[in-house]
Design a protein around this ligand. Structure first.
Ligand SMILES: C[S@@+](CC[C@H](N)C(=O)[O-])C[C@H]1O[C@@H](n2cnc3c(N)ncnc32)[C@H](O)[C@@H]1O
Length: 244
């Protein structure tokens, strides 16, 4: 849906707000941390120390998670898009674009190109909707080069070879079955032009399987800024170039 085609007035925002990924997760971590702290207060040693330690760890996990979703991933995608060496005229597709963190960072680098987002608007991110993404694009001043489509990654409504770059951040792993995830990867490759770049960020065990499925690509951990709670849920980037 392009902005022109969207008839409902967009929410007005001063600056983009990208929401929280899987918001139930940090909420549960924080609630469990507080519960452990409260339980510790009513106990004697040694149970008290163990509960206080567990509460501290859980709260720290919630803090790291929130940092990643609110700040860390934004900075990392700015860096990765710079590394991709965009010329400024590319057509880029962001799969599972959500509220547009990657889509808008890409659009800023595409003054004469196009940043196209596709999403099914599931509950994997707080408040995601086409209107919110377009309002974020407007707040970032890139409305003229952004489009948002309601589409399933496993059956993309785009012709073969129609994009120079395909990105996806924390989205493909949301597809329940391995077959569905592999279908999304095949679709990403189908819509990519020969020589085009694929950049997928997902938890490392999945990213490794994606590379195995595609039979190509390099894997690079994106570091503590992209930890959803701790290193056990660190995000890895798969970078592949479609054969010419
Ligand atoms: C955790 S959010 C990440 C959003 C965004 N890429 C980011 O990094 O902020 C995952 C997104 O994937 C979308 N999604 C999940 N399954 C999808 C599917 N099969 N097709 C398209 N989008 C999907 C969800 O609606 C959600 O917006």
């Amino acid at each position: 849906m392009s902005k022109e085609a969207n008839e409902s007035p967009l929410p007005t925002v001063q600056w983009p707000r990208y929401g929280v990924d899987a918001p139930a997760v940090p909420a549960v971590l924080a609630a469990a941390g507080v519960a452990c702290g409260l339980a510790a207060a009513g106990r004697r040693r040694p149970g008290r120390i163990a509960l206080a330690a567990a509460g501290t760890v859980l709260l720290a996990n919630a803090g790291v998670y929130l940092h990643t979703t609110l700040r860390g991933k934004l900075r990392i995608w700015e860096r990765e898009l710079d590394r991709a060496g965009l010329q400024g005229s590319e057509r880029l597709l962001d799969l599972g674009c959500g509220r547009g963190v990657v889509l808008i960072a890409a659009a800023r680098r595409l003054p004469t190109g196009r940043a196209v987002g596709a999403d099914r608007w599931t509950r994997d991110q707080s408040g995601n909707s086409p209107d919110v993404t377009l309002a974020n694009a407007a707040a970032a001043g890139v409305t003229d080069r952004v489009e948002v489509h309601t589409a399933d990654m496993t059956a993309l409504p785009f012709p073969d070879g129609s994009f120079d770059v395909v990105t996806s951040a924390l989205a493909i792993h949301n597809i329940q079955s391995p077959e569905g995830r592999y279908r999304a990867l095949d679709e990403a490759m189908r819509v990519l032009r020969p020589g085009g770049q694929l950049l997928i960020a997902d938890p490392w065990p999945m990213a490794r399987k994606y590379a195995g499925h595609l039979g190509q690509g390099t894997l690079r951990p994106l570091g503590p800024g992209y930890w959803y709670g701790g290193p056990w849920l660190g995000i890895t980037l798969l970078h592949a170039v479609k054969e010419r």
